[in-house]
Design a protein around this ligand. Structure first.
Ligand SMILES: *Cc1c(COP(=O)(O)O)cnc(C)c1O
Length: 389
């Protein structure tokens, strides 16, 4: 495992009272009350600051919750044609689409679906500007502030040679011709201070271009719903920018919408030994939580013991590296026993795949206040087969 691996800090919250035996495994269980709590925080930031807050579908696209999300947020932000369509069909409100590269074949449909179309480069903007304006859409340009706050290059759009955003040092009048707003997305699971420092680093360079713009979009990566986030600082920052430059401000939180709102429940299938005690489970890192390998990180186990019996947990696939991590229980594990990983609503459900023919997790919605549980979707053989031919 890499040195960069971080251990996730998980909060079981209300899930501690959820009976893991009530669902088939593997299963994502999302607590709608926890999502609602996050939405209250986000809509409060929106109404106090005057910012438009859009839900980033890339992180969390559980559209059965779209009616709830729509009550609190202004719309969605999409990464391309399919998310734009899902946003338009299920969520309503504004749709802001950013894609690093648009193509002729898709552009008419994307323009029909999106209120804001945000381009990654002046060349892409020039190629599609006439169509965007004819469709009456707001045109944005993503900039690269050339100021890094990211700790890991893979998640830092300001890392050297990044393809994301137009470097601010390359901005000129031609780059901004026809542009209604600027977009920047440079943070990942961060507090307010990195946003403030990024703005401080680019404000002077951007100032000559801000007059005449209609909006500024500060992207996602803001961990606004985390307890220690400086929400008052964010609200004051947005109010200040709106007043000083006469622009609308947009935020696109993804992870913050679903933070600590879902678990992934699995079952112990086998307990072999090879140099240490192992556990084979029906949760696969590579199929169900690919960020465990890609980020990488160690997901928090619900109710992990500090000392006791430690097992190396891995999935049912044939990939040697399909290992989730080493976890400790106070009593020895038993075959058939259930367990759950915390904070799996975002960036897991949207990333599942059927490599090895591993079944996809069921999706369930639970209400921690009423204890109502609904199985929203179960997947089967056809979901595996339909992706192949
Ligand atoms: C990923 C992304 C988001 C959401 O980021 P979170 O880290 O989930 O808040 C928002 N906007 C854009 C353009 C993104 O790429």
């Amino acid at each position: 495992m890499s040195d960069m691996m971080t251990t996730q800090a998980g909060d079981a919250g209300a899930f501690r009272s959820f009976d893991l035996n009530l669902v088939p495994t593997p299963c994502f269980v999302v607590d709608e009350k926890a999502v609602e709590k996050n939405l209250h925080i986000l809509s409060d930031v929106g109404s106090r600051s005057g910012a438009h807050v859009l839900s980033a579908l890339k992180a969390f696209s559980m559209f059965s919750l779209a009616p709830l999300i729509r009550q609190h947020l202004g719309g969605t932000c999409a990464s391309g044609i399919y998310e734009a369509r899902l946003g338009r069909e299920k969520y309503g409100g504004e749709v802001a689409t950013f894609c690093a590269g648009y193509k002729d074949a898709d552009i008419d449909e994307i323009l029909a679906l999106s209120d804001h179309i945000i381009f990654n480069s002046p060349a892409q903007k020039d190629r599609f500007l006439a169509k965007a304006q004819a469709a009456g859409r707001q045109v944005g340009l993503r900039i690269n502030p050339e100021h890094s706050e990211g700790e890991v290059a893979k998640y830092d759009p300001c890392a050297p040679c990044s393809r994301l955003g137009t470097p601010v040092s390359q901005l000129d009048a031609a780059a901004l011709e026809g542009v209604d707003g600027l977009h920047m997305h440079t943070l990942c699971e961060q507090g307010f201070e990195p946003l403030a420092r990024t703005w401080a680093a680019v404000e002077r360079t951007l100032a000559p271009f801000l007059n005449g713009l209609k909006w500024l979009n500060f992207g996602g990566g803001h961990h606004i719903t985390r307890d220690d986030y400086d929400r008052d600082g964010l609200v004051e920052f947005i109010k200040h920018i709106r007043a000083k430059y006469g622009v609308e401000v947009y935020l696109e939180p993804g992870e913050a919408v679903a933070l600590d709102a879902g678990i992934l429940v699995g079952e112990i299938l086998d307990l072999p030994t090879n140099g240490m005690t192992l556990a084979i489970t029906d949760i696969s890192a590579t199929c169900h939580m690919p960020d465990v390998i890609e980020a990488p990180y160690r997901p928090a186990l619900m109710d992990e013991a500090e000392a006791g019996h430690t097992y190396r947990l891995g999935g049912p696939s044939c990939l040697a590296g399909d290992v989730i991590g080493d976890y400790t229980w106070d009593k020895p594990l038993e075959i058939g026993q259930r367990f759950a990983f915390l904070d799996q609503a975002h960036y897991s459900m949207v990333k599942t795949n059927t490599f090895n023919g591993v079944p996809l997790p069921t999706i369930a919605l639970w209400n921690s206040e009423t204890d109502e549980l609904r199985i929203i979707k179960q997947f089967g053989y056809d979901d595996f087969k339909d992706r192949l031919s």
